[in-house]
Design a protein around this ligand. Sequence first.
Ligand SMILES: [Fe+2]
Ligand SMILES: [Fe+2]
Length: 230
Amino acid sequence: MGVATRRFIENPTEVFMISQDATIRDIAVERPGATAVFRRHKIDFCGNGGASLSQAALQRGLPVSELQAELDDLTADHGDLPTDPESLISHIITRYHDVHMAELPEALRLARRVEAVHRAKADCPHGLADHLALISDELQGHQHKEEAALFPMMRQGGAPMIRLPIARMLAEHVDVVEQLDELARLTTDFTPPQGACTTWRALYEMCRKLDEDLREHMHIENNILFPKFV
Ligand SMILES: [Fe+2]
Ligand SMILES: [Fe+2]
């Protein structure tokens, strides 16, 4: 079911507005740019995307009309996400898997430096480097399973037992969401303290990007790629 309901305004131009009953997951898939709106309001679109827009607004204490207005303002341009599984898989690997693996070591290096140099400060993000190392290790294993087992199966058109590896990947994505929540906690929502040095600010910006990229990555897998096979 589509996320939009049709409404008529004067003169008589047709516009489309998001239904309050549409699920966050469907809106994220069908309304380009919606994920950025959800991220801004801390609405989970890759893990618990089954909530309706009105439920999500209630949970966050937001007027649903405000959310609807923001979503309705988004452009109709859907970007260039490929639709066929083969191209989508290639996109996921080059845009997300490879990028995470290229950026995580640098974030880890910066975190070790910040924790060493500023260890005596009250707002030093103690434990951030270890947490980034954990994210990196687990993500490496997760992505390897996708690239070595699940994606090749998909490239061959799928198989009845593909539900099992997909279920496993979905469960691992839930773990990643928890790791990202902890990353946000350690970095006070990616906000460096006043007067933080350039390294500290750069580190938090890298963590913010990692959070955005990983949530988009899991959203594309959970809500666009995997449903093509189950
Ligand atoms: Fe992936
Ligand atoms: Fe994944």
